[in-house]
Ligand binder design. Sequence first.
Ligand SMILES: C[S@@+](CC[C@H](N)C(=O)[O-])C[C@H]1O[C@@H](n2cnc3c(N)ncnc32)[C@H](O)[C@@H]1O
Length: 404
Amino acid sequence: MAKRTTLKLVEENPDANREYRRLVGELWTAQQRQMHSLHYVVSYRASFKPELPDFCIRRYSEKGAVVLDPFCGRGTTPLQANLLGRVSIASDVNPLAVRLARAKTEPVGLDEIVLRLNEVDFRRPVDLGAYKDTFAPFYHPDTYRELINLRSFVARDPDRVNRFIELIAISRLHGHSPGFFSVYSFPQISIPPQNQRQINIKRGQVPEYRAVAPRIIKKAAHALRDGFTSEFFSVSSANAYRVSDARKLDWLASNSVDLIVTSPPFLDKVDYVTDNWLENWFIGSTPDTFAKNVVMSSSLDAWQEFIRDALAEFARVLKPGGYAVVEVGEVESGGNMLFLDEVVAEEATKASDGETRLNVHEVLINKQNFTKLANCFNVDNNRKGTNTNRLVVLKASRRRQRRR
Ligand SMILES: C[S@@+](CC[C@H](N)C(=O)[O-])C[C@H]1O[C@@H](n2cnc3c(N)ncnc32)[C@H](O)[C@@H]1O
């Protein structure tokens, strides 16, 4: 677990004519993989470090609070909220993200996983129709057969154990080491079959047989090694999960959330749909049903409109006095450097709904030499990565009623 140090925050440009403070500091450790082992079970594009929600949840909420992440990705905020004794609500427009978040906050025992895997008939013959063109560059035919059998076993009865097995299987679909089901491939992105074919030719590799069950057991043991408290299971039993557009949270009651900790897509920097095609295939999710709502705006105007609509929903669902922390970075767009925290701060005031206002409480800037977070954001700091996390902290308040 991460070692806690005394936090030193310095106010940036205190004389500026602003109604809120911008505080800069090293908010959490730059070291990798210091938090609960389950956080790192699966890769996901542009996920934030668990230290980020850990910091925010401790700073802006109490135990028992309800914490929402409406762009939940791989479930970093929901899992950390439960680990800190808060109830979580996880939603994302991408069904894959909600599956990951749910399974991570509903862990099961290793013994249950082993027993369940014993029930799977991995050797049942399967239709190899799609194999040659699509899957052959990645998997040996026997590995593919095992994957198809596991996939249909899990889909038949998606209970808690099967959902957790599915999570671990997703995490093993492609990567570098022999712990993955695939031949050497990219761990972060599921690349198209034609690109994998080229890698195979270049490396002179042919997919060899990789048994599925032992790899799942080994990975599950690793992911579960930090264990869980009874408090974790008590709060997580009250969690809620939903596939939903963040601009339309009508399934959530007004004034029902204490804290939002989230990170929206940054303009069009990541393609959450095509980059996960193998994962979507494994869970049987068809992108045509949701892709149009996955925000990938190349223009700042369109992004502003999107974030304003999402912030209006945040204003509605937050309890008065509740906080929303929106993490954004600096991105390059059309040759200009955009500081999205400034955009969020500006849009928050416009987004306030009829009854509730969102005021900028503070902006926190986590400065580190380099974060592994996202070397996809085209920020030229010689190593092509975003080097700050910018947290816009908004506080909800009720609008004053006009006197008659
Ligand atoms: C930066 S990622 C969030 C990563 C997350 N914080 C984590 O640690 O894994 C942004 C997420 O927004 C989701 N998304 C894109 N458009 C959305 C929308 N309109 N409504 C809800 N989620 C959306 C994407 O599917 C993606 O999971």
